[in-house]
Design a protein around this ligand. Structure first.
Ligand code: NAD
Ligand code: UDP
Length: 314
């Protein structure tokens, strides 16, 4: 029987971004199927949705095919923090590549619209600044980050080939560093690491000299952009950058978090990991122009909300 209500599949739906996306879609009255293998996601992130009649949870590994009827797919399954994606690099690249093939095959069969959560990592250690979507990137294909970077680059290739060859209705968003409540406290990403260290008055571990930069987007802003992209016109496939153009050095981030938490932590320096990008800032003119989107939440305000979350769970 044909279903009336829109049914949306969120892969990686028990993770940081995925669980917030499930919340947003459920709030809009959408039927949500959350698929996850719980590698980095947790049931805690979605426990509050489990009794909801519009919410279904499937434990499944996306490196294996799955057959369901859906109208839209948000493909977020993939570990995102360097510690996690380097833990089993072969599995990481399989998740991006085979996961995309399985989801694109599903989208093709059931004629679903499909959005890929790509990343600023497709630009590697960029030689242009800020990064625009027409920059092809500077990625080391044999380094320790390449299981993630090249996996995501290949996923983009697959999206565009399924689009050209099979007319699949695609959307590709390139997400820049995003933070907020429900980041995993041990996932090693800089915002969660520094907040956890600051709240427990432990040393703040700055890698390298701390002059490398990142641009941090609060999760709510990011999801506004992602949902706008999914609902946008079919001729706008992307790739489109989604991120906050406010650019900060890692040392500035450390100092801000120490100040906002009132922590007694000291900053200590340790070696910069291999291939760590020196600078990163999104050019979001395309998203502004085509989606009418730009982030609204300033770093300090977003950090305050994230600090409150970590205070609660620690
Ligand atoms: P996360 O690690 O919290 O979420 C990833 C989710 O995918 C987890 O729930 C994990 O269990 C699940 N997963 C991993 N491998 C899987 C597999 N083989 N089968 C099924 N599920 C699997 O990370 P996140 O920050 O929420 O990132 C979500 C997506 O957004 C990822 O694809 C990531 O690459 C992308 N992204 C995130 C950021 C960011 O700053 N948060 C930046 C760029 C891109
Ligand atoms: N970083 C750091 N200390 C930490 C964790 C990360 O100095 O405890 C640095 C890391 O070297 C990088 C930046 O912070 O330059 C962002 O790291 P993250 O892992 O959050 O994301 P990505 O490198 O993928 O942008």
């Amino acid at each position: 029987m044909k279903h009336i209500q829109k049914r949306v599949l969120v892969t990686g739906g028990a993770g940081f971004l995925g669980s917030h996306l499930c919340d947003r879609l459920i709030k809009e009255g959408t039927d949500v199927i959350c698929l996850d293998n719980f590698f980095t996601g947790t049931k805690d992130n979605i426990r509050h949705l489990l009794g909801n009649p519009n919410f279904e949870l499937i434990r499944h590994d996306l490196t294996q095919p799955v057959f369901i009827e859906v109208d839209e797919i948000y493909n977020l399954a993939c570990p995102a923090s360097p510690i996690h994606y380097q833990y089993n690099p072969v599995k990481t690249i399989k998740t991006s590549v085979m996961g995309s093939i399985h989801m694109l095959g599903l989208a093709k069969r059931v004629k679903a619209k499909i959005l890929q959560a790509s990343t600023s990592e497709v630009y590697g250690d960029p030689t242009t600044h800020p990064q625009r979507e027409d920059y092809w990137g500077n990625v080391n294909c044999i380094g320790i980050r390449s299981c993630y970077d090249e996996g995501k680059r290949c996923a983009e290739t697959l999206f565009f080939d399924y689009h050209r060859q099979n007319n699949v209705n695609i959307r590709v968003v390139r997400i820049f560093n995003t933070y907020g409540p429900r980041m995993h406290p041990n996932d090693g990403r800089v915002v969660s690491n520094f907040i956890v260290q600051a709240l427990s008055n432990k040393d703040i571990t700055v890698f390298g000299d701390g002059r490398q930069t990142r641009s941090f987007c609060y999760v709510d802003d990011l999801l506004d952009g992602m949902i706008r992209m999914m609902n946008g016109p079919d001729d706008f496939t992307g790739p489109v950058n989604l991120g906050n153009p406010g650019e900060f050095t890692i040392l500035e981030l450390a100092e801000t978090i120490i100040r906002l938490t009132g922590s007694k932590s000291r900053v200590i320096f340790s070696p910069l990991p291999q291939d760590d990008p020196m600078q990163r800032q999104p050019d979001i003119s395309l998203a502004k122009d085509r989606l009418g989107w730009e982030p609204k939440i300033k770093l300090e305000n977003g950090l305050r909300m994230t600090i409150d979350y970590f205070r609660d769970i620690l």
